[in-house]
Unconditional design. Structure first.
Length: 252
């Protein structure tokens, strides 16, 4: 599984949801002043929203992907964007008024270390927030995995990925000792020009679904494409797909 792809590829796949989600996630997070940190910034959808709200000079961001960091720097000039890991943040204690992590938590290797680092770099009473796709609420990949499971009952499934359920998020935030913890649901959707607009980004190999597709022989890939086309009722033109996002926040 990889997210080490060109920013343009990510934008066509998950980025279109990130852009719609970013301003609403910031509103939920309750961060009202900078400096503010984004962990797992990707190409910069949320970073740009933070810069528009607080000024680029008051925004920092980290991501382990050098290509994403380069894209984020280009999109948000003036922000402090670094290659780095959420489990070892390159910032001093108490550097930020708030920290946000959008659609990243499910892929963090050491989530308790991440929350410990967020507690360290965010000042007392500052807000820490994260959001993830709900287990069965992301229609883009739900369509793919439902098609895959019909062809291969042993196919993996995004529904089993960590932190896709409210109880898991609450347990993590409570273990971290965050106060005034609150959860919420943010519903977004995105529009596709046609079926190829939906299907072609899977071939970039991004995330679990893309990695699974690239591992299949050509005939299975074709069968998956046809199965997805049928599950979407053979769209002949534009269509939209929804996504349900779980969000959580708490004070340090």
């Amino acid at each position: 599984m990889t997210f080490a792809v060109a920013a343009e590829a990510y934008d066509r796949y998950i980025g279109r949801y990130s852009r719609a989600l970013a301003p609403r996630f910031l509103e939920f997070a309750g961060v009202t002043s900078g400096p503010v940190l984004e962990v797992g910034c990707g190409p910069g959808s949320l970073t740009a929203v933070l810069a528009a709200r607080f000024g680029a000079v008051n925004v920092a961001a980290v991501d382990p992907s050098e290509s994403f960091v380069a894209a984020c720097r280009a999109r948000v000039p003036g922000a402090d964007v670094r290659v780095g890991s959420g489990e070892s943040l390159p910032f001093v204690d108490g550097a930020f008024e708030g920290a946000l992590s959008q659609l990243v938590l499910s892929f963090v290797r050491e989530p308790d270390q991440l929350t410990a680092e967020l507690s360290r770099v965010v000042r007392r009473d500052g807000m820490v927030a994260a959001c993830t796709f709900e287990a069965n609420g992301f229609a883009l990949v739900r369509t793919f995995w439902d098609a895959a499971l019909r062809l291969d009952p042993k196919a993996p499934d995004d529904a089993s990925i960590p932190f896709r359920r409210e109880a898991e998020l609450l347990a993590l935030w409570n273990r971290a000792g965050f106060r005034e913890v609150r959860t919420g649901v943010i519903d977004v959707d995105t529009r596709y020009a046609d079926f190829e607009d939906f299907w072609s980004p899977f071939a970039f190999g991004i995330g679990p679904a893309g990695s699974y597709l690239l591992a299949q022989p050509a005939d299975r890939r074709a069968a998956l494409r046809d199965a997805c086309f049928l599950r979407l009722a053979k769209p002949a033109g534009p269509f939209s797909l929804p996504a349900r996002v779980l969000a959580i926040r708490g004070r340090v």
